[in-house]
Design a protein around this ligand. Structure first.
Ligand code: ATP
Length: 606
């Protein structure tokens, strides 16, 4: 070292280590080191407040680097020194920064940022320049470079800051202008953001709420963050002094630093349990609708035969032909009749419905020819459409009356629906052929759901979104997989109407968590249970034992049965368990997980 003009120590600790070798003759400098500032911006890709390993070749240099980063103002992270033989690593730490020592970084980190080796600081460079009497212009070039790096860094930070401010501004203005009440809370339940709509809906009077605990403002919402696991399933909350329950959904979100937040939506729009009722009134069983509100777009189907039928109905709507719609109840025959009316030249005129399935002959006559000076339904439908629901229910005498009236009919278009095959009825002498050919100028056929299972998910989604008034809802997110499988396998004897009714039922009865088979109305559960095969008494006993002893294996089940006085050989119990599993009544877990009853299995025990 004595031969050197100048010895440059990389750090104070390095100088200390070399002390025994030093003599008074040796000229030395301790290098003040810094980072290449243009590389520093790489660190900014790490979310603030994260825990970050600082990787270097020794504990001392790792600590030095950390100190240096803090001195440079990079204080938004908690740096932890990491070096070879470091005692332990925390698997939760996802980020690491290294100073050119990539190879030494812990394996589990997801993001490794290399900010390059530490370089000599400008003050050291100018000291060296003056020691060697180098021209000042060299120092100028170095300091210019140095300043340039700073300016670049400043520009990047400024840009990021203004982007963040702008995004925050946009978010706030969206939140204050949407139709939903929004409140965002952090992990401790403190309000981070809240809009006026939320405060109004929940009657929260205070204005400065950010930073305060939500449960203090609305005690009913204590523990709300736990609900964010079943995102999208709405629940209902009756707040103090409110008659109407509020519909809320909870969602987990993350901020830019990956912190978990909970966003609570309060839906302001009233749920559309029913479509707006058309004008008119209901008297007994005679529905005197003066309006049709369904359109072709309301007839939902993905089935190719049904799509062809709807296309034909569209063409029919442009004519004045009388239409006969055959199909099972609940298959949307009236939806079609209304859509035809609404798409026809008569759309501005009345749409009237006469429900022949429930009216007596006397009541029908009363409707057609009221004796008390009231206008008959035919006159009231003049210019428009009269929908005869269930024409197969007309008695022969009534059919004759009707035929006779036809000559003096006002201008009314008839659309009739039937559940029975009218042609067969004609052949059997139960329906007048002349009336059949008169009302069925063109005919349409709707198909039962069991012939178009592809419509089940479509109709569920359609009804649930209408009823909850939420176009983002997905039925499959709301129910367990097993329930969904059962619903798609169910025959839906009541067709679309039955699906719609189930969605209304869920809306009224269900408030939280995923729906399971247990949440279905009893009559559907019963139908589903009937569908699965009948079990022998022994199979039922085994199923019961599985239900009462979840996660018990074959040997365990055999022992329990034996204790109850039921002797079953191991081979027999194995075949019973296999059969129950194949029928979807139990789940056989792998590797000693034992057996568990499924929702369908529970149905069998009801
Ligand atoms: N394909 C479908 N698309 C949309 N809605 C449907 C469909 N099928 C049935 N519906 C719904 O089912 C309910 C019953 O439909 P609609 O009244 O048209 O049935 P229908 O065949 O006339 O039987 P009913 O005479 O028993 O009423 C309606 O509320 C309608 O919203």
């Amino acid at each position: 070292m004595e031969k050197a003009d100048l010895v440059l120590f990389s750090s104070r600790s390095a100088a200390r280590m070399a002390e025994p070798l030093m003599t008074p003759k040796i000229r030395y400098l301790i290098c003040i080191r810094t980072f290449n500032h243009t590389y520093l911006n790489r660190i900014l890709s790490i979310p603030s407040n994260s825990e970050v390993y600082l990787v270097n070749d020794s504990e001392c240099s790792a600590k030095d680097s950390i100190q240096l980063l803090y001195t440079l103002g990079i204080t938004q992270y908690r740096f932890i020194p990491y070096y070879p033989d470091c005692p332990e690593t925390d698997p939760r730490i996802q980020y690491a920064v290294t100073v050119g020592e990539n190879k030494l970084a812990p394996r589990n980190v997801q993001t490794l940022v290399d900010i390059g080796i530490r370089i000599a600081d400008i003050s050291t460079i100018s000291e060296i320049a003056s020691f060697f009497h180098l021209p000042l212009s060299l120092a100028d070039v170095v300091s210019l470079n140095y300043i340039n790096q700073f300016v670049q860094l400043l520009k990047i930070s400024n840009h990021q800051l203004s982007q963040a401010t702008n995004t925050k501004f946009i978010t706030q203005s969206i939140i204050s202008n949407i139709d939903t009440g929004i409140c965002i809370i952090d992990d401790e339940g403190k309000i981070q953001m809240i809009n006026k709509q939320f405060k109004e809906a929940l009657d929260i009077p205070r204005s400065h709420l950010v930073g305060t605990l939500l449960k203090e403002a609305v005690p009913e919402l204590d523990g709300i963050a736990k609900r964010s696991q079943d995102q999208r399933s709405p629940f209902f909350l009756v707040c103090r002094g409110k008659e109407e329950p509020l519909k809320l959904t909870v969602q987990e979100i993350r901020d830019m630093n990956h912190r978990r937040l909970t966003m609570i939506h309060c839906h302001m729009d009233q749920p559309a349990l029913e479509r707006p009722a058309p004008e008119g009134d209901t008297e007994g069983n005679v529905i005197k609708r003066e309006g049709a509100y369904f359109r072709f777009d309301d007839y939902r189907t993905a089935n190719s035969r049904s799509l062809r039928m709807v296309e034909a109905a569209r063409r029919i709507s442009l004519t004045d032909y009388r239409v006969l719609i055959s199909g099972e109840p609940g298959t949307g025959r009236e939806v079609l009749a209304q859509a035809i009316h609404n798409n026809s030249r008569r759309s501005a005129e009345p749409f009237m419905k006469l429900n022949l399935t429930v009216l007596s002959e006397g009541q029908i006559m009363e409707e057609l020819f009221p004796g008390d000076g009231r206008e008959g339904i035919l006159n009231r439908a003049e210019g428009g459409t009269l929908y005869l629901n269930g024409i197969h229910c007309m008695s022969i005498s009534m059919q004759k009356e009707f035929l006779n009236m036809m000559d003096q009919m006002p201008d009314v278009r008839f659309i009739a629906s039937t559940e029975e095959d009218l042609y067969t009825m004609c052949q059997e002498g139960r329906f007048l052929k002349s009336l059949f050919y008169m009302i069925g100028e063109v005919s349409l056929e709707t198909f039962p759901i069991r012939q178009r299972p592809e419509d089940i998910p479509l109709l569920f989604e359609y009804f649930i979104r209408n009823i909850y008034n939420n176009s983002a809802l997905r039925w499959t997110d709301m129910c367990s997989e097993e329930l969904w499988n059962s619903l798609t396998a169910y025959s839906w004897p009541g067709n679309g109407k039955e699906i719609e009714n189930l969605c209304k039922y869920v809306y009224c009865f269900h408030s939280e968590g995923k729906l399971t088979i247990r949440d279905l109305p009893a009559y559907i559960r019963l139908q589903m249970a009937k569908k699965t095969s009948l079990l022998s008494p022994l199979e039922k006993r085994v199923l019961q034992t599985v239900a009462q002893n979840p996660k018990t294996g074959r040997a365990g089940l055999q022992e329990i049965l034996e204790n109850e006085g039921i002797q079953v050989a191991e081979g027999k119990i194995r075949s019973i368990l296999q059969s129950l599993s194949e029928q979807g009544l139990i789940k056989v877990n792998r590797t000693r997980g034992g057996c568990e009853i499924t929702e369908t299995g529970e149905l069998q025990l009801e």
